[in-house]
Design a binder for this molecule. Structure first.
Ligand code: GTP
Ligand code: MG
Length: 399
């Protein structure tokens, strides 16, 4: 137990991530936990904490100081009283968790931070860290990637510990550390702005990409005035589609304010999809729009309304050569070409399947140690850093 704990009182930790969930788990230990249990946990079959056995799972009611029931909970006993160590499995309502932690504090228990501590024993620290991060993965692909990374990183570290010396090992360490950014691909939605002239089909495309009807669609140009956020995913990466006001010169004050917001998003979004009605002659504003977007690398072009016919050659020749290679024919209405559009968008961001198969650091701790190892010319010192990533000493790493 750490120095923060008051030994004769006890402490508590919320082991699960914050926010709503099906279940939340709160760990409490020490004599004060036994007092808390006696006061606030009413068992279905009345037994005092001194009568509970290690490994027992008990059903109880969590009650407040006045005896009013708050929740139906499960208790798992990890160590019996008097040195009670208990997991209380509550329903994962944040208000309920807060109420429970208030009562624990009121009972003299001290809150302690949870650092990489999983709910059950992990094979090693790499697995424990992956489990701790798991709730933050926003898609199934992200969860799979993270769980696979523990194994990939373990293998890569074993190979690097075997590596006799040299720059290859140094750069391999640095590359694994730099791939720490990948975990955020799955933990934070990519903000992609859909920009283009009025009536090009941006709102229809946003709704089709997210497979839900959030943005208003109409044949009247200038329908979308403020940007609309539509959550979705592309190939297992979480995305927030930002449907914007159509790009054009206008005297309408309200519409002009919308276009100004579009201009801001062109530069602030993580990536762009430039949406064009490919069946129409390019309008006067297209050159200005393309020049506003020119500096953005992470971008692609949706040549929309493909259901009406081939793209107009004037639209294609209005695109600079670099944009033409990233242009995809789609029909937002018929939902055709959306997958190909997603692939081109992800490629412009460097998010390829091949990158996901490489070993990557996924916590700041791993990245810092691997980054440090990458700077070490001396193989002995480098290996010492690598062993720290695995959280093992000299003999354990050698065995
Ligand atoms: N045929 C066809 N029509 C489409 C397609 N996509 C959009 N439309 C139509 O084009 C019109 C404009 O669509 P919106 O999605 O509102 O266009 P927008 O770009 O959001 O327009 P603003 O909000 O005014 O800038 C609507 O009548 C849509 O039904 C498409 O792929 N094919
Ligand atoms: Mg719109």
């Amino acid at each position: 137990m750490s120095a923060q704990t008051v030994p004769n009182q006890g402490g508590f930790q919320v082991l699960t991530s914050p926010g709503p969930a099906a279940i939340a788990v709160v760990r409490a230990w020490g004599p004060a936990a036994a007092e808390f249990a006696a006061r606030h946990l009413r068992l279905r079959v009345a037994r005092t904490p001194e009568e509970w056995g290690r490994g027992e799972v008990l059903r109880a009611e969590l009650v407040d100081a006045g005896g009013a029931p708050l929740d139906d909970v499960l208790l798992s006993v990890h160590s019996p009283a008097p040195a009670l160590d208990l997991h209380v499995h509550l329903h994962g309502n944040p208000w309920l968790v807060r109420r429970c932690t208030e009562m624990l504090r009121g009972g003299g228990l001290q809150s302690q931070a949870v650092e990489g501590k999983p709910l059950w024993p992990a094979a090693d620290i790499l697995e424990a860290e992956a489990w701790t991060l798991l709730p933050q993965m926003q898609t199934l692909r992200g969860a799979r990637w993270l769980l696979g990374q523990a194994g990939r990183l373990r293998v890569a570290l074993a190979e690097l510990l075997d590596e006799p010396a040299g720059e290859t090992a140094q750069s391999a360490c640095a590359e694994i550390a730099a791939r720490r950014a990948i975990v955020d691909w799955f933990a934070r939605p990519l903000r992609v702005a859909l920009v283009g002239p009025p009536n090009a089909g941006k709102s229809t495309l946003a709704n089709a990409l997210a497979d839900r009807c959030v943005s208003v669609v109409s044949p009247v140009p200038g329908t979308t005035r403020d940007w609309v956020e539509v959550p979705g995913e592309v190939a297992g990466f979480p995305v927030l589609w930002l449907d914007t006001a159509g790009w054009r010169d206008t005297d309408d004050t309200l519409e002009r304010a919308g276009v100004e917001r579009t201009r801001r998003l062109i530069h602030e979004a993580d990536a762009l999809v430039i949406v064009l009605d490919a069946t129409e002659q390019p309008g006067r504003g297209l050159a200005a729009l393309l020049s506003e977007c020119a500096a953005r690398e992470a971008a692609c072009v949706a040549l929309n309304k493909a259901d009406l016919g081939e793209p107009d050659s004037a639209v294609l020749s209005a695109l600079p050569a670099t944009w033409r290679t990233r242009a995809v024919s789609v029909s937002a209405l018929a939902r055709n070409g959306l997958e190909a559009l997603g692939e081109v968008l992800l490629a412009s961001l460097g998010r390829t399947a091949a990158v996901l198969d490489l070993p990557a650091a996924y916590t700041p701790r791993q990245a810092a140690l691997l980054g440090e190892a990458g700077r070490m010319v001396d193989p002995g010192i480098r290996r010492a850093h690598l062993r720290q990533v695995l959280d093992v000493g000299e003999s354990a790493a050698a065995s």
